[in-house]
Design a protein around this ligand. Structure first.
Ligand code: NAP
Length: 289
């Protein structure tokens, strides 16, 4: 059956740069089609320099909502009228909903991640997480894990110029959620070993190991990955990173970032349409591991 654009077709979109590799257009358009919704999702290559003009134009044209990917998740903040509590805490937005001419910023990376944990068959509520990285994805995961009731999070990053800002972020999430959050130096191997030994889950939210640098892992000493540990890498290209290969060799249970990608999209879809994305169909068509 062919897609039919009508005079009433509602526009949704992805803004970012680059965007041509993204599977979000296929995922959303397939879901709109499956549910018989008169919506379309397009990808636009937009940089921080063109963001304000693009958003004004799309808003004037009556767009329903849009996603933001790298490098725009923080640049969008001053252009928004409202933020959800999770987006405010994370300081980043990947989904915007337009309601009565107001732009409302959401973050669905964190909910997408937490749903992928459940989908993989794990329960980490009340448990401890070792979280590697402190970029856009890591902060969204940290906020949602804390909001959902993960008891303690050790966030590891390099001691570089974003350290103080990240420390302030950790303090504010800890005080607003009651989760115990520590910011630690990723190059301190003793602290990393201690944290992993106490954790139920190790989550890699750095870009280390992502294609084309597939020979790298954020964990140098594979023996730190104890048998009871769940190892999660939010990278999905490659499907099996070196970290996940190490986890497999150590006998750990593990999963990649493919379903985080699916579920962050599903949450955006619900935000715009009020309906559940038909995730089983989308999984089968676009997300085979
Ligand atoms: P980002 O904001 O650029 O953050 C990158 C993070 O990686 C930073 O915390 C940075 O550490 C850390 N890092 C980079 N090189 C490092 C190194 N050599 N050693 C230690 N840490 C290093 O990027 P992002 O948007 O958060 O994305 C991070 C990864 O997640 C990417 O691979 C992306 O593809 C993936 N991702 C997946 C999904 C999904 O749906 N599955 C969604 C979003 C992102 P410092 O803070 O120490 O500088």
């Amino acid at each position: 059956m062919k897609y039919e654009i009508t005079g009433k077709t509602k526009l949704t979109a992805l803004l970012g740069s680059p965007v041509s590799h993204s599977i979000s257009p296929q995922m959303h358009n397939e879901a709109f089609h499956e549910l018989g919704l008169d919506y379309i999702y397009l990808a636009f290559d937009i940089t921080p320099d063109t963001l304000e003009t693009a958003v004004a134009g799309l808003k004037a044209a009556g767009i329903c909502g849009f996603n933001l990917t790298m490098p725009l998740k923080v640049h969008i903040l001053p252009l928004l009228d409202e933020l959800t509590p999770a987006a405010r805490l994370a300081g980043a937005v990947n989904t915007v909903m337009v309601r009565d001419g107001r732009l409302i910023g959401h973050t669905t990376d964190g909910t997408g991640y937490m749903r992928s944990v459940t989908d993989a068959g794990f329960d980490i509520i009340g448990k401890k997480m070792t979280l590697l990285g402190a970029g856009g994805a890591a902060t969204a995961i940290c906020v949602q894990a804390a909001l959902d009731g993960v008891a303690a999070i050790d966030m590891f990053k390099r001691k570089n110029n974003s350290w103080d800002k990240t420390e302030a972020f950790c303090d504010s999430v800890a005080s607003e959620t009651g989760c115990q959050i520590r910011l630690l130096d990723i190059n301190n191997t003793n602290l990393l070993a201690e944290s992993i030994s106490e954790s139920t889950i190790l989550t890699n939210a750095t870009s280390v190991g992502m294609a084309p640098n597939t020979a790298l892992s954020p964990i140098c000493d594979q023996s730190l990955l104890h048998k009871e540990l769940i190892v999660s890498d939010i990278i999905y290209n490659p499907r099996e990173t070196l970290l996940l290969k190490q986890a497999k060799a150590q006998g750990c249970r593990y999963f990649n970032g493919l379903y985080m990608l699916l579920y962050q999209g599903a949450a955006a879809f619900t935000c715009w349409t009020g309906l559940e994305m038909p995730v089983d169909l989308i999984k089968k068509k676009y997300f085979s591991n």
